[in-house]
Write a protein that binds this ligand. Structure first.
Ligand code: ADP
Ligand code: MG
Ligand code: ZN
Length: 511
């Protein structure tokens, strides 16, 4: 008897419906699977066969043919175990009550018939809902992450047997949903706070602007000046996530398998700080079963590269495209897939090999050639993609002890949130969320300058000899500064501040 069970294959964040067609007939005992890559078939067969037997069902000697259709969709992983097992049990008429027409199933089987969690449950649910599927059956731990998706029945199960009992109307499985507000309430507080950082008002202001508009920034300063300390506190002032942003982030982490079981949806912006020994593949994504890289795991959050010149130069070069495009396409033998990677890029570096070039406290011992070679590790095109450059000077000893009553991250975050909400409203029809992602066309539309500001910008340009790309970046940053000021018009003071954040080009890179 032929039976069909619906399941889904993921390609990047896109889902494709797959029909598991199972035919069981009398005849020479055999077992064929068509439509899966060779390497997975053997393992799948063993798991499904043993799981069925250990769940108390006898296969006897039957001829079993399973086809995963359509054949031309790439299918990877072990999430087809459950639909294959149910297909077989349906053909054997062990499963006989419910129609499987509107039910989708995903899950890996262990040999004892229990279900193991899989990667990608959330994007599968989102895609299934779009396709009009009414019910999804999945491993219980995954149901938690999927429970944020409403208007689709999500049933978490522990074992193959439980699915059989449910499909035969012997048991009910509750369908749990959780709201966005409930998720936010259960959020974890970030434990590093800007009130720990003494002095550094200018640096904190620059970071506030960067967070408000999602701008890339580079911290330059001598060792011990506080660069790492400051960067690690950026998450504490990042604007709250919207539900749509949270879903997109969670989808990526769901595929990467980096979700924690008790957190159904990611409610804080990611902060990823890979070590400088990271490979290009781990940074941008890839591998045999292509996983999202650090840049995609940092989507709508921060990618922090501490000690930027320590990173492999080739690794840094591959960052350029994604930084500009907000997505990354990973090429494979027969196909390619795209993951989003719209992150705020934060980097730190010393101003020279010894670390003390331009420092008031210690003399630099580097030759001009050595400095120039060191700074040259950060190429012009990469530098061009950094909106805000910040010089960090060490705080004087007296200040370190004395300062009290420092502004908390919560206070800064309030301003950042206000500025970001203005952006969200302004761009509600533009498919972007923040000033950092304004395209040249949108810059023209939303960053109009009056004559006075235009003149100031022209003077600054000639004086600093800035590139055309820097021009757009200054306008975007000025837009953010105006938004922090709740000013619809970009004013001269906003331009003046934005230009300041570009002025290190000339000092360190002589361009
Ligand atoms: N402005 C500051 N306020 C309080 N502590 C500071 C400040 N700047 C530096 N420190 C202290 O110095 C340590 C070293 O700073 P760090 O961030 O590692 O410097 P860098 O990354 O620039 O080399 C910090 O962990 C912190 O204890
Ligand atoms: Mg450091
Ligand atoms: Zn030096």
């Amino acid at each position: 008897m032929l039976s069909i069970v619906k399941t889904m294959a993921l390609h990047g964040l896109n889902g494709f419906l797959v029909d598991v067609e199972v035919d069981v007939s009398a005849g020479m005992p055999s077992w064929d699977i068509v439509g899966l890559p060779d390497t997975s078939i053997k393992e799948a067969k063993e798991r499904v066969r043993t799981a069925i037997r250990n769940s108390g069902y006898e296969l006897f000697s039957r001829k079993i043919v399973i086809n995963l259709a359509p054949a031309d969709i790439k299918k990877e992983g072990s999430i087809f175990d459950l639909p294959m097992a149910i297909g077989i049990l349906k053909s054997l008429e062990v499963v006989h009550e419910k129609s499987l027409e509107n039910i989708l199933m995903i899950g890996e089987l262990s040999l004892d018939g229990k279900l193991n969690p899989i990667n990608g449950a959330l994007p599968i649910c989102i895609e299934a809902k779009k396709m009009g599927i009414k019910t999804i059956i999945m491993p219980k731990p995954n149901a938690k992450e999927a429970s944020i998706i409403s208007e689709i029945e999500i049933l978490g199960v522990n074992s193959l047997n439980e699915v059989v009992q449910y499909l035969n109307n012997n048991i009910k499985i509750s369908n749990n949903h959780i709201t966005w507000e409930e998720c936010l309430k259960n959020g974890v507080k970030y434990n590093l706070d800007f009130s720990d950082v003494k002095g550094q008002e200018n640096v904190k202001r620059a970071i506030e602007v960067a967070a408000a508009g999602g701008h890339n920034c580079l911290l330059i300063g001598s060792p011990g000046s506080g660069k790492t300390m400051i960067a690690k506190r950026i998450p504490s002032i990042l604007p709250d996530l919207s539900f749509e942003e949270a879903l997109e982030i969670t989808k990526i982490h769901s595929i990467a398998g980096t979700l924690k079981e008790n957190i159904p949806i990611i409610i804080n912006r990611p902060f990823r700080s890979p070590h400088h020994t990271i490979s290009g593949t781990s940074l941008v994504g890839g591998g045999r079963i292509p996983r999202p890289g650090e840049i995609s795991l940092a989507h709508y959050g921060v990618l922090f590269l501490d000690e930027l010149p320590e990173f492999n130069q080739h690794t840094l070069e591959v960052l350029r495209g994604p930084l500009e495009d907000g997505n990354i396409t990973i090429s494979r033998v027969n196909s390619s897939l795209t993951y989003p990677c719209n992150f705020m890029f934060v980097a730190s570096m010393n101003p020279c090999p010894c670390g003390y070039y331009g420092s008031p406290e210690k003399e630099c011992t580097c030759t001009p050639q050595a400095i120039s070679k060191y700074m040259g590790k950060i190429s012009g095109p990469l530098l061009d993609r950094i909106d805000i450059q910040i010089e960090v000077s060490p705080v004087k000893y007296e200040k370190l002890g004395n300062e009290t009553n420092i502004e908390t991250s919560a206070k800064i975050k309030e301003r950042v949130n206000r500025a970001r909400n203005i952006q969200r409203q302004r761009y509600s029809t533009e498919k972007i969320y923040s000033n950092s992602t304004l395209t040249p066309k949108l810059i023209e539309k939303y960053c109009q300058l009056d004559t006075e500001s235009k003149k100031l910008l022209e003077v600054a340009f000639n004086k600093l000899g800035l590139s055309a790309r820097a021009y757009g970046r200054i306008l975007k940053v000025a837009r953010t500064i105006a938004d922090l000021d709740a000013s619809e018009q970009i004013k001269k003071t906003h331009i003046a501040e934005a230009v300041q954040y570009r002025s290190l080009d000339k000092k360190y890179w002589k361009n």
